[in-house]
Write a protein that binds this ligand. Structure first.
Ligand code: SF4
Length: 415
């Protein structure tokens, strides 16, 4: 068999990159108009995914690996050295050419580049940095670049990555150190956190320098992010929430991504046979949101977990917390503080802002609140307005059953 063409390698290396959740656009059905007289487009296109830029825009990225060869043997990874997958490799120049040609055709606005480890961590990191360097210095590429960096590489190489990339990320991989030791024996938790700490300091120093000198170089202006695999080890949601919160505090991360472990072809025997329900990943993102935008402390999110340490799957963590702490409700929307209103299940940040703005001019009625929320049924047991007080509703024993989404809808997420 001859050497694979660039299109074949793109297929292999874009597919190998799909397990990285940090700009996932997965979850839709496969459709393709290729070979048919009817229709246009495909959901199977290789390598283009969507991510959110720091200003909130959704951008399309070419998401690929430089190579899926790897000298490490992380049990959960399809690219590990003992895995029997088809391998491929790009040179930095080939990634540059692909990025520029996709960019000129207006397919993408940037590049997400990761890699398996070839030869050594330093050699791989040099190749990643070289790709970004050619794009920035030789082509004056101004699009978005997200580079996955390798914690075992020389810190100077990681620093160079940050000088070219908008965002850098280092995966912590697993929520607990024991899980990492068991499932990624070549990786070291202290080395990973050491590299994240260095990136944090470089970001801070670059920002300070730019305040003093307008031409000081930028360093990863979109910050750093990380990813944790959920369901490959025995870590509970409480463990994961605790770990995420420490990462946000210690390393000023922009995002922690949660990736539900999915059984891979030729899987290692130490892995679970079944993937966790996808809704578990969704509940973790909701809990992350509660900590970042709703003022919940990690310990409060943990209070929403059940006896097994996991968040309930049938209801969201905000509702789970409210049902456990009913004495905190009902909240009077005509006089409650912003923080109190953000605790009301069914009221989002935008709705709370609108309530605060409109109650300056008028006294709120239940119908006014209904206009601001998707489900007034969910909100009613937890609020008072001038014409509504829930009386016994807040304390009903069957309130959870009344408010849980209908089973048919739930199954859409778990499929
Ligand atoms: S280092 Fe581990 S997670 Fe990364 S590509 Fe290699 S085997 Fe996969």
């Amino acid at each position: 068999m001859g050497a694979p063409s660039i299109i074949e390698r793109l297929g292999i290396l874009a597919d190998a990159a799909k397990y990285d959740a940090s700009c996932a656009s997965s979850g839709t059905a496969k459709r393709n108009s290729k070979g048919s007289a009817k229709g246009i487009g495909s959901t199977e296109g290789m390598g283009i995914c969507h991510a959110y830029a720091p200003d909130g825009r959704c951008i399309s990225l070419l998401k690929i690996l430089l190579t899926n060869h790897c000298i490490f043997d992380c049990h959960y990874c399809v690219n590990r050295k003992s895995s029997n997958v088809r391998r491929a490799r790009f040179t930095p120049q080939e990634v540059v050419d692909l990025t520029l040609s996709f960019y000129r055709r207006n397919y993408i606005e940037g590049l997400f580049l990761s890699s398996g480890i070839i030869k050594s961590s330093n050699h791989t990191m040099e190749q990643l940095v070289e790709t970004a360097r050619i794009l920035r210095e030789e082509h004056d590429f101004r699009g978005y670049i997200h580079l996955k960096t390798i914690p075992e590489a020389d810190p100077e190489l990681v620093h160079q990555a940050g000088l070219y990339a908008d965002r850098v990320s280092i995966n912590v991989e697993l929520p607990t150190d024991s899980g990492l030791t068991r499932l990624a024996p070549d990786k070291d938790a202290r080395q990973i956190e050491g590299a994240m700490g260095k990136v944090k300091n470089d970001v801070i120093e670059a920002k300070d320098a730019r305040k003093r000198f307008r031409n000081a170089p930028r360093f990863a202006p979109a910050g750093q992010s990380t990813q944790m695999i959920v369901g490959a080890d025995a870590a509970t949601d409480a463990d994961i929430v605790g770990k995420a919160s420490r990462l946000y505090d210690n390393f000023r991360l922009r995002r922690v991504y949660y990736s539900a472990f999915s059984p891979i072809p030729d899987a290692s025997a130490v892995l679970p046979l079944k993937r966790p329900p996808l809704i578990r990943e969704h509940r973790l993102y909701q809990s992350d949101w509660l900590m970042r935008f709703y003022g919940y402390k990690p310990g409060e999110v943990m209070q929403a977990t059940e006896a097994d340490g996991n968040l309930p799957l049938d209801i969201d963590p905000k509702l789970a917390w409210a049902l456990k702490f009913r004495e905190r409700f009902p909240v009077d929307l005509n006089c409650a503080s912003r923080e109190e209103m953000l605790r009301v299940p069914g009221l989002g940040v935008k709705a709370v802002n609108k309530i605060l703005a409109s109650r300056r001019h008028r006294t709120l009625r239940l119908d006014d609140v209904a206009l601001l929320t998707q489900s007034i049924t969910k909100v009613r047991p937890f609020i008072c307005t001038v014409d509504w007080r829930p009386v016994m509703l807040t304390d009903r024993a069957d309130l959870r059953a009344l408010l849980a989404p209908k089973q048919e809808q739930f199954e859409l997420f778990t499929a």
